[in-house]
Design a protein around this ligand. Sequence first.
Ligand code: SAM
Length: 233
Amino acid sequence: MAYQFQPIGTIQSPFKEKFGIPRQPGLVPELRAQLVLSAPYSQPEAVAGLEGYSHIWIQFLFHRSVKEAWQPMVRPPRLGGNRRVGVFASRSPFRPNPIGLSVVRLERVRVEDGGVVLDIAGADLLDGTPVLDIKPYLPYVDNIPAARSGFAPQAPPVLLKVRFTQRALEQIGEYPEAENLESLIRRLLELDPRPAYSGKTQPARIYGMRLYDFDLRWRVDEQGVEVLELAAL
Ligand code: SAM
C-alpha cells in the first residue's frame, strides 16, 4: 500500500550543498537553523506547548538523495567507508524510504506574520529540506544511557586542528549575518568532512564548501586544516 505525506515545513540552514554538513545532529551545537512551518500547518495552535521542550525530533525527507537507488548494504563513514553494514543498521540517506530523523535543540518558537518559525540549533540538515513531522524529545523514554550502539559507540573524535589565514579572519570579521562564524567553521572542519574513502592523500587539494552565501575554501596539510578564504559565489 502506498501512503502519501505532505511536508509540514521546510528547513532554512547555512548548508547549500551536502558536502560539509555534520553527519549527525548535535555535533556542531553553534549551528543555527530555522524550521519554517507551511500552510495549513503554520498555526500557533499546532505548536502550543512546544516551547516547554528544550529539544525536538524532526522527521524529514532526504530530498537530495531520493533519486539514487537504495542498496541493502551501505558503507558508513564511521567505518572508514570501506566496511559494509545493512542499510537498516545505518543512518545513511540512501534508504528505501528516504526519511531522516534528527534530534535538535529548540531555541525559540516564533510567530511571524501569523506563521510559525522554530529556531533550532545543531541540525545536520541541508537548506530546503522538507520536514514531515515534529515531536517533542522526551528524556524519560528517548534517553537510554545504558544502550549499546554497535559500530558508533561514541561521538566522532576531533580529527583535525583548524587554523585560519589572516585573510580568512578578516573576511569572517566583516561577515554581517553569522554570529560565531569562526567557531562554527572550526567545529565543522575539525570533524573532517572529507569523504572517508577518498581524497585524504591529496595535500595540495583545495576544498570548497558552500556555506551561507560564500564558498569556504580550505586545505589540509600535516598540521591540520588551513582555512584560506570565504570566496564570493
Ligand atoms: N540524523 C539523520 C538521521 O539519522 O536520519 C541524518 C543522518 S545523515 C548521515 C546526515 C547527512 O545527510 C548529512 O551529513 C548530509 O550530508 C545529508 N543530508 C542532510 N540533509 C539532506 C537532504 N535534505 N537531502 C539529502 N541529504 C541530506
